[in-house]
Design a protein around this ligand. Structure first.
Ligand code: 13P
Ligand code: SF4
Length: 335
């Protein structure tokens, strides 16, 4: 989504905007944020920079973002950036994806600790070994890798996908046997949507994997009218309770367009914050699961990133080209 948050808010306006989310947004905190927001906006102009932010980012980050979206939208957006600098407010693999698709730009990640448990569950070497062994049994095997992976894993794969297009990509391939890496939960969900044979990896997202069916059932029992929107990184027994299984941005669209008034948002908590701010007339219940990696990115960190031009994402060219091939194939197949 192109950010429609408009001009700079005064400290009081920012406080009124954010205080309904939680009590950490005090008048003093919002006064400090307003100063940083002004400085970031000035530095963006000076450096010819744009800020891309994932849906899970802190709401104060949305105030300086030029574009907010899910992994697929951010990858598409990064491809089109003409500015010199991209400050990526998300996790490392997302910033890396921006660099892969738009290598002429300087891509900055404000905090290098912003990793991802899912992306850490697979290496290119381990994937190459598994692929070789499986191709002896299934010669037609193709590897679909979730975008939540490092560049060298993407380079070792045939095509990438995101939560928004995983089923479409698998269906578009001319192979019957697919090795789907690294998210075992997403792989299992894709298997329920296709007649192809999906072989999976042993990886998961620690945020989504900790959500249990008991937590969802408690809401369903007490509030049966609430629509339950679930991210496909959740466990199979949680997905089975969903009214809709959606990527983060698809959840936003669904909540805006549905005639329903109340929703349980079963994904990282930041998305519920975005919904609470953008759709104030509807009611959203949160899963209250935070991604510690996503929350490494702070407004102060974004300011330091633009001041010091840190931390730049770089890639060996042969890895970048290999990863770009897998991403380009995804863009073609999901066009
Ligand atoms: P989306 O592509 O649905 O935004 O998901 C990204 C992610 O990291 C989910 O945990
Ligand atoms: Fe990775 Fe999960 Fe965090 Fe998404 S929510 S960045 S998959 S650890």
């Amino acid at each position: 989504m192109h950010n429609g948050h408009g001009g700079t808010k005064t400290a009081q306006q920012l406080y009124e905007h954010l205080a309904r989310l939680d009590s950490s947004y005090t008048p003093a905190a919002c006064a400090q944020y307003t100063e940083w927001i002004d400085e970031i906006r000035a530095l963006k102009q000076e450096r010819n920079a744009v800020v891309l932010a994932h849906n899970y980012q802190r709401p104060e980050i949305f105030e300086v973002a030029d574009f907010i979206g899910d992994s697929l939208e951010l990858a598409r957006q990064a491809r089109q950036v003409a500015a010199d600098v991209i400050v990526f407010c998300g996790v490392h693999f997302m910033a890396e994806t921006a660099k892969i698709v738009n290598p002429e730009r300087t891509v900055l990640l404000p905090d290098l600790r912003a990793g991802c448990s899912l992306s850490a569950s697979i290496t290119a070497e381990a994937l190459a070994e598994r692929k070789e062994a499986l191709r002896k049994v299934y010669p037609d095997l193709q590897v679909v890798c979730y975008v939540n992976t490092t560049a060298d894993v993407k380079a070792e794969s045939d095509v990438c996908c995101t939560s928004a297009n995983a089923v479409k990509i698998v269906e578009a391939l001319d192979s019957q046997h697919i090795l789907f890496v690294p998210d075992e939960n997403l792989a299992r969900y894709v298997q329920t949507q296709t007649r192809k044979t999906i072989l999976s990896w042993e990886g998961n997202c620690y945020v989504h994997h900790q959500i249990t069916p008991e937590q969802i059932l408690a809401v369903r029992r007490n509030l049966p009218h609430v629509k339950i929107l679930v991210h496909p990184e959740c466990r199979e027994d949680v997905i089975q309770l969903a009214d809709a299984v959606l990527s983060t941005s698809a959840m936003v669209r669904y909540a805006k367009e549905s005639p329903a008034q109340e929703f349980l948002i079963v994904t990282e908590c930041g998305l519920s914050d975005r919904l609470l701010l953008e759709v104030p007339e509807k009611k959203f219940y949160k899963s209250c699961k935070l991604c510690a990696y996503m929350k490494m990115i702070t407004l102060e960190g974004v300011l330091a990133s633009l001041r010091e031009m840190q931390y730049e994402i770089t890639l060996p060219e042969e890895v970048r080209v290999g990863a770009e091939r897998s991403l380009s194939r995804m863009f073609e197949l999901s066009a």
